[in-house]
Design a protein. Structure first.
Length: 260
């Protein structure tokens, strides 16, 4: 399975993305289940990995990419504004745990920095799909990818990578960039594997005006029986590109013997 249905840089614009954030800093008295005595510094965005569906290359926008970068101030404003621009262009956002974490974290930085909401978009959360449709031992992105034979995550080298980035260490930033890129590559692969099972995937035909597979946009559909609701019957189709099922828009005519 591929992203062939998104071959053109046109609608729908599908964005795969992932955020890496710095931790909150605080004073505590001990190590285990401690209350925060004083909150010193809020979390912020270190970097964001992304790839448009029509692309084959993964990108990372990170604090050191911008002029005026200084690790001492931990200023994520330029990363956040670049991320807002990406969101504003997207019709569909794809992320793992995106609805609960990445999208809300991004929104928190947007509103704090005085940005208005980006243009409305739909979301696909691969973590939600994994939990709703399957029972894997682990639904973490790296574990899913490994279990499905799609490869593993890049090594993080531990929490020192995060603290190194906060301190401006170039080796730590190189590790973080590699780690973030690999997560996006795995996200795309996991999305493609799970996509035929996504019952609530945004309908791509709404964006294109075509009558292709509503899940992947492929033009080859095979009739596979009928789909029945409580009151109507529809022609059912199976996509020859991704394997997802869909149904026709118009109700099918069903002849019932003995009924005039």
């Amino acid at each position: 399975m591929t992203l062939a249905g998104y071959a053109e840089a046109s609608t729908p614009k599908v964005l795969f993305f992932d955020l890496e954030t710095a931790p909150n800093l605080a004073y505590v008295w001990g190590h285990y289940e401690q209350n925060v005595i004083r909150h010193v510094q809020e979390w912020f965005v270190l970097c964001a990995g992304y790839r448009w569906a029509h692309e084959t290359r993964t990108h990372v926008i990170a604090q050191p990419d911008f002029n005026g970068y200084s690790p001492a101030c931990n200023d994520d404003s330029q990363v956040v504004q670049a991320l807002w621009q990406l969101f504003d262009q997207a019709d569909i956002l794809v992320a793992h745990n995106g609805d609960r974490f990445d999208v809300r974290k991004a929104n928190a930085r947007f509103v704090e920095q005085g940005l208005t909401p980006p243009s409305p978009y739909k979301t696909v959360d691969t973590l939600k799909v994994a939990r709703q449709q399957f029972m894997f031992n682990s639904n973490k992105l790296g574990d899913l990818a490994t279990h499905l034979g799609l490869g593993g995550k890049a090594p993080t080298f531990g929490f020192d990578t995060w603290t190194g980035c906060m301190a401006g260490d170039t080796t730590a930033w190189a590790r973080m960039t590699k780690y973030c890129k690999r997560d996006i590559d795995l996200l795309v692969s996991v999305y493609l594997r799970l996509r035929p099972w996504m019952k609530s995937h945004p309908n791509l035909n709404v964006f294109t005006g075509l009558s292709n597979c509503p899940t992947c946009g492929h033009h080859k559909l095979m009739k596979r029986g009928m789909a029945h609701t409580r009151t109507m019957t529809y022609q059912r189709y199976c996509c020859q590109g991704c394997g997802a099922y869909s149904r026709g828009r118009a109700a099918a005519t069903v002849t019932r013997p003995g009924v005039v």
